[in-house]
Design a protein around this ligand. Structure first.
Ligand code: ZN
Length: 228
């Protein structure tokens, strides 16, 4: 018996921003890897169009400014644009004033791009929250976040005030009015495919696409056969 299963395709259109902010490079060679992002983005958009699939793109403001035509295409073709920082900044490293300014800069660029109210989705660059991120998202009217990993196939509500300590019971905090659409590193193609080296270490990447396909299909098969 077949059943309907809803899945979400989401893409982080980081382009140069991740190399500038996270890999801290000014090398034109390294930056050109980010420039390739617009090549990949066009191919993904072509593929999505072939299958008439609508998806979500988390786009840093920096990418909107660098590749306006490509970003306009994804809006014109009905894809959702979510917030992903201005230049892929890690919120956990920001003071609240700076984090708020970056959030508002990204919102303004998404509003200019989409010519309508954004859907108010957010994915943290680097997958990290500061102690202030959740509250800032709520204050700015965001409806959902996609930065946590507390489930795989089932959305849940974000929680404020989580406390972790080695000498006290875990405090789950209190649910807030922000839906969490969790992600998983095993479904992210960057660590699997992208070779990179930095002072923090080497990411081997360069995985056999067939192996990645197996991982992703295995996840889907579990969802399809065991859930719902
Ligand atoms: Zn990203």
């Amino acid at each position: 018996m077949s059943k309907d299963v809803t899945v979400c395709f989401s893409y982080d259109f980081d382009a140069m921003s991740v190399w500038i902010a996270n890999f801290r490079t000014e090398s034109p060679n390294a930056l050109s890897r980010g420039e390739f992002g617009q090549v990949g983005a066009q191919r993904i958009l072509d593929l999505l169009a072939d299958y008439d699939i609508k998806s979500t793109w988390f786009v840093p403001g920096h990418t909107i400014e660098a590749f306006p035509r490509e970003c306009q295409r994804l809006v014109a073709e009905g894809h959702e644009v979510g917030h992903h920082g201005y230049c892929h900044e890690n919120p956990a490293r920001l003071e609240i004033e700076k984090e708020q300014a970056i959030l508002e800069r990204g919102i303004a660029l998404i509003k200019d791009l989409t010519s309508r109210a954004p859907w108010w989705g957010y994915r943290s660059p680097a997958g990290s929250f500061s102690p202030n991120t959740l509250r800032l998202l709520l204050d700015h009217g965001f409806l959902y976040d996609s930065s946590m990993l507390g489930n795989d196939f089932t959305p849940y509500y974000g929680r404020d005030g989580i406390k972790a300590s080695i000498d006290a019971p875990y405090d789950f905090g209190k649910p807030v009015d922000l839906v969490e659409m969790p992600f998983s590193w095993s479904l992210d193609d960057f660590p699997i495919f992208e070779y990179s080296s930095s002072r923090r270490g080497i990411n081997q990447g360069l995985a056999d696409p067939a192996r990645v396909y197996d991982i992703w299909v295995g996840d889907f098969e579990y969802l399809y056969t065991k859930m719902g």
